[in-house]
Ligand binder design. Structure first.
Ligand code: NAP
Length: 479
């Protein structure tokens, strides 16, 4: 941790906040302060914006191959430093080291993927219907971007935005979550080492997100906002973006249904549930939030899931053999406790877990609730913790209707051995992604994103770079 920068990264230099302010970074496993980092105010954000604006024109002209190779070098450095980056991430965020290493690999892949995409941006040439006019289409970087990321995937949420922005030729200001600034600062240092020119990426860590970001969004020089976080904050930022008509990409909250049909392979379903629920201690937008299990297999599924969940080892993520780290902070844990208490009051049975342990750190045990009533609050909000809530259903139409009965639409999981049913139900689910007999959908080569209040746009895949490009059409009459 001693080598991780703790200052702001502006115009290629490491600087303190203009007013000298700092903020603590806590270890959620102990509650201890790990270190202090610079706490930017609006003046620092203005300097970061200025650096991005000044760098934009030249960066847009840089050869795609050069941009590609910077990303490729950064990918290689990240992979080489997997252990160091994983340790930083576990210290500030809590996830077990094995998961942190997995996230480092996932994060690095976005740089590799977009290093390959940087040289594949194409245009077009065509004859218009009148047979006389021609059109030339070229693709341009959208311009300076504001990237705002959450704490739950501190490295990957950064690379998923920085990768396509760099590939497209955009400059940027990154504002990471205040709980997990160190991973983003480490990433900035790696990109500098990989040859990213000064001013292309600027990082402002701050405890004053609103004060720092609003002037940038309303000011007219930032041309794009890419945000990952809660739907409530996304809605606020969309409103702020309206004034200067800033282009937006929104990766927001989820409320994933996990549907187990009567013909499912229960081994696959339980394996899938463990990933869809327990990845990142349940603190994932893709986390299975509502388990709909066919009445005929619900008891067996609940029993097997409770057995697996109950066997997980809870503890500090840096310790060997730990499967489940602490939640991000006390507020996050209190929310989980309230949701479980509400479900139990409304008749849910606790098959395993459900009790906050004594002692320091924000730990919460893996928990399985069954007989959850449809009116429970955890049906209509992201649990963001290691709690599986099981409801039963009787037929396909009913479960599709109930699965879609939510304002969110990020991802859904279906477990069935019938191909017809799998396709039929996937098509009817109002979600951007479906896991069929799997609990994991995230992949840098696939378009990640949701419908309804889960967001706008896609990250990753062939389309990920489009979010950072504009078309320019050139009309050419030919006589
Ligand atoms: P959050 O509270 O919405 O915060 C996300 C980011 O927005 C943080 O950096 C936060 O900084 C910042 N922010 C908050 N208010 C702001 C404002 N007024 N102006 C500018 N920035 C502001 O979400 P979170 O609790 O960190 O993350 C969890 C949420 O992210 C969940 O809803 C989860 O589903 C979602 N998520 C979605 C995806 C996806 O791809 N769809 C991926 C991961 C997470 P402060 O903390 O300082 O306010």
């Amino acid at each position: 941790m001693t080598d991780t920068p703790t200052q702001l990264f502006i115009g290629g230099a490491w600087v303190d906040a203009a007013d000298g302010a700092t903020m603590p970074v806590d270890d959620p496993a102990t509650g201890d302060v790990l270190c202090h980092v610079a706490d930017a105010g609006p003046k620092d954000a203005g300097l970061a914006e200025e650096a991005a604006v000044q760098a934009q024109e030249e960066w847009a002209r840089t050869a795609p191959r050069v941009r590609s190779e910077i990303l490729r070098r950064a990918y290689e450095i990240i992979v080489e430093r997997t252990d160091e980056l994983a340790h930083t991430m576990t210290s500030e965020m809590g996830k077990p080291l094995a998961e942190a290493r997995g996230e480092v690999a996932y994060a690095a892949e976005f740089f590799r993927w977009f290093s390959e995409e940087a040289v594949r941006v194409d245009g077009g040439y065509g004859t218009l219907p009148d047979g006389r006019n021609r059109m030339l289409l070229s693709r341009r970087p959208v311009g300076p971007c504001l990237l705002i990321t959450p704490w739950n995937f501190p490295l990957a949420m950064g690379t998923r935005k920085i990768g396509p922005a760099v590939a497209a030729g955009c400059t940027m200001v990154l504002k990471p979550a205040p709980q997990t600034p160190l991973s983003s600062l480490a990433l900035a240092a790696i990109l500098k080492e990989a040859g990213l020119p000064d001013g292309v990426l600027n990082v402002v860590t701050t405890s004053r997100a609103g004060e720092v970001c609003e002037p940038l969004l309303r000011g007219g020089r930032i041309r794009k906002l890419s945000f990952t976080g809660s739907t409530a904050v996304g809605q606020l930022l969309l409103a702020q973006s309206a004034e200067a008509v800033v282009r937006t990409s929104m990766e927001l909250g989820g409320n994933a249904p996990f549907i187990v049909f009567e013909d499912a392979d229960l081994d696959k379903a339980v394996d899938g549930a463990m990933i869809a629920k327990m990845r990142n201690m349940g603190e994932a937008c893709t986390a299975a939030n509502r388990f709909f299990v066919h009445r005929s297999v619900a008891e067996e599924f609940g029993r097997r899931l409770a057995e697996r969940m109950g066997a997980l080892v809870v503890g500090p993520g840096t310790q060997d053999g730990v499967d489940v780290g602490p939640l991000i902070d006390r507020a996050g844990r209190a929310k989980v406790e309230d949701l479980v208490a509400d479900a139990v009051e409304r008749g849910a049975r606790v098959l395993v877990g459900g009790r906050t342990p004594e002692g320091p750190g924000c730990f919460y045990p893996p928990t399985v609730l069954t007989d959850v009533s449809a009116g429970s609050r955890l049906m209509q909000t992201e649990i963001f913790g290691p709690v599986a809530a099981i409801l039963t259903f009787d037929d396909e139409d009913e479960v599709v209707r109930r699965a879609n009965d939510t304002p969110w639409g990020l991802v859904g999981y279906i477990f069935t051995e019938g191909l017809d049913r799998a396709l039929r139900v996937s098509e009817r689910l109002e979600v951007g992604m479906v896991g069929l007999n799997t609990g994991l959908v995230s992949n840098p080569a696939a378009p990640f994103g949701g419908v309804k209040q889960s967001g706008l746009g896609r990250e990753g895949g062939r389309v990920g770079i489009d979010e950072f490009l504009e078309y320019q059409y050139l009309a050419v009459p030919v006589r």
